[in-house]
Design a protein around this ligand. Sequence first.
Ligand SMILES: Cc1cc2nc3c(=O)[nH]c(=O)nc-3n(C[C@H](O)[C@H](O)[C@H](O)COP(=O)(O)O)c2cc1C
Length: 179
Amino acid sequence: MKKAVILNASPRRDGNTDQLMNLFLSECDCECIVYNMYDENIAPCIACDTCSTTGNCFMNENKHILEDLFSCDYIVFATPIYCYSFPAPMKAFLDRLQPYYSDEKYKNPAFHRKGFVLVTCGKSGKFGIDVIEKQSRIAFIELSASFEGIYLFPNTDKEPAFTDDEICKVKSLAEKFFD
Ligand SMILES: Cc1cc2nc3c(=O)[nH]c(=O)nc-3n(C[C@H](O)[C@H](O)[C@H](O)COP(=O)(O)O)c2cc1C
């Protein structure tokens, strides 16, 4: 059975991001492992440089997540926008992917899995999504995942409920993603 790993970066259970994630996953019939980054207590990178000499991070509290990410078929980031970026626990996790960074990987990326990003934000329009997209594209290369797309559910400050059109759009994106 195929496996999907979802990194959920929202601290609010059943909030906008959870609702968007659940809608997307309603079209997934593979095994789903959801990590809420606020539960994981990922330590921030301290730039000790150990990974550039040994290839490994000296901390390993994120090992179980990495094992799942590197053995899955689909990766989904589900996140609210916080100050144009990911919330801090998710950003800490992404910074800790530094051991997987290599110029060669960026020149010749090999994709063993697919990646998709789900975003919610309070304001209207594409407020802040460009930063999340750039960070996700880099992270997916480090995780050997192809960037398959990004979906923004905006304006949650004023309109927190999905319209029928939005529900159809999210479900059809998910259908294509989970092939
Ligand atoms: C600390 C913080 C920073 C935020 N920064 C932004 C922002 O830069 N742009 C934006 O459109 N919304 C911003 N928001 C609003 C959230 O992105 C929005 O309410 C989101 O839908 C929350 O998702 P949730 O219900 O899963 O928590 C911010 C919210 C918080 C709490």
